[in-house]
Design a protein around this ligand. Structure first.
Ligand SMILES: Cc1ncc(COP(=O)(O)O)c(C=O)c1O
Length: 200
């Protein structure tokens, strides 16, 4: 959800945070039909809408880069605006790895955010057998990874790695006046509040 919030803000052709989605072209997100259900939950909660999550079927369960390419090209003709592709680096149900490099090429061609769900499988890049198939991880705009899985961290933990921190700031940053270094409190002229004078 954090990654798709950043993608929505960074790749929508309008300011989603300021204007909301109403009255603007539908934003669309693409993934294979095997993608984890958390993606559907995220698009619902972000107001993108479940109908705008396009789950592309293929005979082997992998996200087909050529089909994706055609879908992204068609979306613009239909007045939709693709913002993100979620590729899987190991699905929860079958361990399927999408063709990450081919998908990254397509995303670059269409200016779409590439999120890779490596929650389960990303650490396999450290193993010779999977290094080449997971090499496309390096091209993602964001990667989700769950250290409590193959990294054996003994408590539930989810992490998001981003290529560029700026889109996260753009979508989440709020600086209330009371915590701004430029805030002037009564009696303190323009001096920034110190920890002891800052309201709790
Ligand atoms: C491939 C994959 N993606 C996403 C998730 C969801 O991860 P989380 O529960 O950390 O949101 C899981 C959890 O099992 C998963 O295996």
């Amino acid at each position: 959800m954090t990654a798709l919030a950043a993608a929505r803000q960074a790749r929508a052709p309008f300011d989603a945070r300021a204007d909301g989605l109403a009255g603007n072209p539908p934003l669309t997100v693409y993934a294979s039909s095997e993608v984890h259900s958390c993606v559907a939950k995220a698009v619902e909660m972000l107001g993108i809408g479940r109908r705008n999550l396009r789950l592309l079927d293929s005979w082997d369960g992998r996200l087909d880069a050529q089909v994706l390419d055609r879908e992204l090209a068609a979306a613009h003709r239909h007045g939709e605006h693709p913002v993100a592709v979620v590729a899987s680096a190991g699905t929860a149900s079958t361990g399927t790895i999408d063709p990450l490099d081919e998908i990254a090429d397509v995303c670059a061609r269409h200016g779409v955010w590439l999120h890779i769900d490596g929650s389960y499988g990303a650490p396999a890049v450290l193993i010779d057998r999977y290094r080449a198939r997971l090499a496309g991880l390096r091209r993602a705009d964001s990667i989700a990874i769950d250290p409590h899985k193959w990294l054996y961290v003994p408590v539930d933990s989810g992490a998001l790695l981003v290529r560029d921190p700026e889109p996260l700031r753009a979508v989440f940053s709020v600086v209330p006046a009371s915590t701004s270094p430029n805030c002037s409190l009564p009696g303190s002229a323009n001096t920034p509040p110190s920890a002891s004078t800052r309201p709790g």
